[in-house]
Structures are given as structure tokens and as C-alpha cells.
Design a protein around this ligand. Structure first.
Ligand SMILES: [Zn+2]
Length: 126
């Protein structure tokens, strides 16, 4: 990933012609002229989180059986170029993700903090 050179006005040198807005402060600035139209967006670096996800299977008698599997969650912030709506992505791929507004993400953080309390209180993942 090339490191963009940022000018004093916040724009990156070699800015592609499709880019209408300057990069938000959290954008990694990795934009190229040949980026597909779907990729005309500002994206943060992704935080990877090793996580344990619940799975549900059915027993022979058709009762739910909880299981667990390791997943790599990613958390990132993005905004389509030309839009002022910023999204928080939390997921492990396009089929298992949510994308919520920044204010929604802050409410989720607040709710989790209230539910879980300090980090040492709940048992750690095994
Ligand atoms: Zn950008």
C-alpha cells in the first residue's frame, strides 16, 4: 500500500480525478485513478479483532445446540466520496456484517459498556 503524501490543505498529491471531497482525517488515502466506481470511497485502516462467534446446530432430536467458532472481525470507518454519511463497518465479510452510522456505533458502545461493565468482570473467552 503506497503511503500518500498529504498536502497542507489535507488533499493527497496525485489525487484521482473521480475524487470530489478531500480525505477525512481517518482515511488511509489509498485512492487510485483506476479504482472501480464502487470503491470511490474514503476508508480507514481496518482493525482486526480475533473473536469467538456463537454457532447454532440442531441435535438428533432437533433441539438447538450452541457451539462456538473463531472468526476474524474487522472494524472500519468509511464514507462514499461525495457523501457526508460516515459508516462504521463491523463484520467478517459481506455476508456477515453490519454497517451503522457513527452515532449508532457510539450508542452500541455505550450500551455494551453498561451491560458488560469493566473488562475484567465477565469471564474471558476460552
Ligand atoms: Zn480518502
Amino acid at each position: 500500500m503506497p503511503t500518500p503524501s498529504t498536502r497542507s490543505d489535507g488533499m493527497h498529491a496525485n489525487r484521482p480525478t473521480w475524487q470530489r471531497d478531500e480525505c477525512p482525517p481517518w482515511c488511509d488515502g489509498d485512492h487510485r485513478e483506476q479504482d472501480h466506481e464502487e470503491d470511490h470511497a474514503h476508508r480507514s485502516t481496518r482493525a482486526s479483532i480475533a473473536a469467538i462467534a456463537r454457532t447454532v446446530a440442531r441435535s438428533a432430536s432437533d433441539l438447538p445446540v450452541d457451539g462456538a467458532e473463531a472468526v476474524d472481525l474487522e472494524v472500519a470507518v468509511w464514507q462514499r466520496d461525495g457523501s457526508h454519511q460516515t459508516w462504521v463497518y463491523i463484520g467478517s465479510g459481506p455476508s456477515q456484517c453490519i454497517e451503522i452510522s457513527v452515532s449508532s456505533a457510539r450508542r452500541v458502545m455505550s450500551a455494551l459498556s453498561a451491560l458488560l461493565g469493566p473488562p475484567a468482570v465477565p469471564p474471558e473467552d476460552r
